[in-house]
Write a protein that binds this ligand. Sequence first.
Ligand code: FES
Length: 110
Amino acid sequence: MPEQPTRVKIEFPVTGEVCEVDYDDTLVDATFRFELPIRYRCERAVCTTCLVEVIEGLENLSPMEEREKQTLAAIKAKPNWRLGCQLSILGDVKLDYVPITDSRRQPLTD
Ligand code: FES
């Protein structure tokens, strides 16, 4: 079993932000400490303002709780989308913020 890291890297390849945080830090904390390009409103897995696309490292994020699963299902989220307000960082990740107006959010066909 690989050793648990003490520090982990959060990267936004599209906009260029990179920061290092402690293992298990929340993405909300990191956002405000390092001015990462994510916006939040409810912070309760309801509004989807904080939607992120996980470019790399999906396995390095804390597991989904039921409420996040339900919200992502309701918006027909892609498998690599997560709600930033629900995340702790457990390993290196590459993310991209998906704003409410982003074309990636356009209705998906069934
Ligand atoms: S801030 Fe509302 S779902 Fe994350």
